[in-house]
Design a protein around this ligand. Structure first.
Ligand code: ADP
Length: 489
């Protein structure tokens, strides 16, 4: 594809700031697109926590059309790459302690509409060359509700870039009261059933879905699922209506950060050729969590946000079964208070067998991927999911619910797939505790009784390649399509 100017708009970018998979994507896809000769630049808010990680920075613009006075644009580089990074510096909105979307107590920031409206307006100004950068976007690639106003606002400009909107998680929508339209100074002509209005309120997510030239989500299966009532959160009709414009492009992963042979977080590196380091990582992990130092005991892990989506309740309902199977369990996560307490209690009742760390810890996440034998993802829905892909590379066998990106990346260890040597993990169907129990039992049974098959699973998984190259090419095709669709009107 021809070289294009692409503005990539994201509310979190790893390693600067991260709450989930969007940050991993925003931190790695742009470099893969740059390698495909695109002039791609990333814009994100200048959160206090991100600023320190983004140095060195220079001020490149103080004069941005349509944004609060005092807004500054800072320029740096996406760490480890030559990709230009812009930070939207509005101290009143972004210079504070706490997370990108929630305060220290876990409550949404009350001024989130103002924060992400101002962010979106700045992105529009950059895209339209109204920010004094002498650069204009051909394509603006937005991500999730925080940038959903961008396609809506750009739609009002005759000579505008093409817009692409990627849904990383439809469950978070940026839905606010209708009065916000005026409070945010948004144009009245965007307020109608085919526009920003959603069930009487103002929806940022709908701005992205309704107004972008092209839509994507992060796995082929999730692209189908969100067109159904069970997964669509009320957007299934609109998404179905726009399905010709919707693609499912599987997330890639950054193997420079996630490969067991060169992962600085691990106590011992390893590869498929020599798995002895994996045993050393397992021993180190057991020690870290105070678990019995038993090389042959199956060790199950989970890392993730403790949210309903992730099926933590299904795990909690299986704690007794995991104990009676004589397996060990380690969990790293933070999120809803109930899950945090219940998991901590489970660990307290089974010291030596269950270890729980509440919090966000990048290094420990890597050590768990390396040290456990099996990785649980009992998600109710999973747009793509990254941890199961990391697990494959780390010779850790994923146990996943058959949904979204989990279905697209893990091949079940049924008889046919084992015979074909394509199996890499274990699926279960319904989001019930009993189905998860069955999957755990199958995995533990194979681990204990069929070491040859277990080794086959590990080795098949480690061979899988989910690097960005392939997915980046699909985004380029989508960009090309978006330009045509824009021109068709
Ligand atoms: P989601 O975006 O829904 O949270 P993904 O699987 O797509 O789920 O991405 C989650 C990313 O966040 C992974 O890189 C995972 O390792 C990381 N992660 C989640 N919770 C934690 C945690 N408590 N500590 C460290 N990393 C975490």
């Amino acid at each position: 594809m021809a070289a294009h100017n692409v503005l990539f708009v994201a509310s979190e970018v790893a390693p600067l700031i991260k709450t989930g998979g969007l940050a991993d994507v925003a931190g790695s896809l742009p470099a893969a697109l740059k390698a495909q000769k695109q002039d791609i630049r990333v814009v994100m808010p200048a959160y206090r926590a991100a600023l320190a990680n983004a140095l060195p920075l220079s001020i490149v613009s103080l004069n941005i059309a349509g944004v609060p006075e005092g807004t500054r644009l800072l320029e740096g580089r996406l760490p480890g790459t030559s990709v230009k990074l812009y930070l939207v510096d509005i101290p009143d909105l972004f210079d504070r302690d706490g997370g990108p979307y929630v305060d220290a107590a876990g409550h949404d920031w009350a001024d989130n509409p103002e924060r992400f409206a101002a962010f979106s307006r700045t992105a529009c100004a950059i895209a339209l060359d109204q920010a004094g950068l002498d650069w204009r976007a051909d394509i603006v690639h937005c991500n999730d509700w925080q940038s959903g106003l961008v396609p809506a606002l750009l739609s009002r400009h005759a000579d505008r870039p093409a817009t692409v909107f990627t849904i990383h998680n439809l469950a978070y929508q940026g839905h606010f009261g209708s009065y916000m339209l005026h409070q945010l100074g948004l144009p009245q002509d965007l307020w109608h059933m085919g526009g920003l209005e959603f069930h009487g309120g103002l929806s940022f997510m709908k701005g992205g879905i309704a107004y972008s030239d092209a839509l994507s989500t992060v796995s082929p299966t999730y692209a189908q699922e969100i067109q159904t009532a069970a997964y669509g959160y009320g957007f299934e009709g609109l998404l179905g209506h726009r399905r010709e414009r919707l693609r499912g492009i599987l997330n890639g992963v950054d193997y420079t950060q996630w490969s067991p042979d060169k992962d600085p977080h691990l106590s011992a590196p390893y590869s498929a050729k020599d798995l002895s380091g994996k045993a050393a990582n397992k021993a180190a992990l057991q020690q870290h969590f105070g678990l019995a130092q038993e090389a042959d005991t199956p060790l199950i892990g989970l890392v993730g946000r403790l949210a309903e989506q992730k099926g933590i309740d299904l795990l909690l309902a299986n704690i007794e079964r995991i104990k009676s199977l004589g397996a060990q369990l380690v969990v790293l996560g933070s999120g809803d208070k109930y899950s945090q307490t219940a998991l901590s209690q489970a660990a307290a009742t089974a010291p030596g067998q269950i270890g729980v760390h509440i919090g966000f810890n990048e290094g420990l996440a890597h050590r768990i991927e390396a040290g456990v034998d099996m990785f649980l993802m009992p998600s109710r829905f999973e747009p793509c999911g990254l941890n199961q892909i990391y697990s494959l590379k780390y010779g850790t066998v994923p146990i996943v619910r058959y949904t979204g990106g989990l279905a697209d990346t893990v091949v079940d260890a049924n008889e046919a797939n084992l015979a074909a040597k394509t199996a890499t993990g274990f699926h279960f169907g319904d989001a019930t505790a009993a189905e998860l129990t069955h999957a755990i039992e199958r995995a533990v049974g194979m681990y204990r009784d069929h070491n040859d098959l277990w080794q086959q699973l590990i080795r098949t998984g480690m061979k899988q390649d989910f690097s960005w190259r392939n997915s980046a090419k699909q985004y380029l095709e989508l960009y090309q399509a978006a330009l045509q669709w824009r021109d068709q009107g």
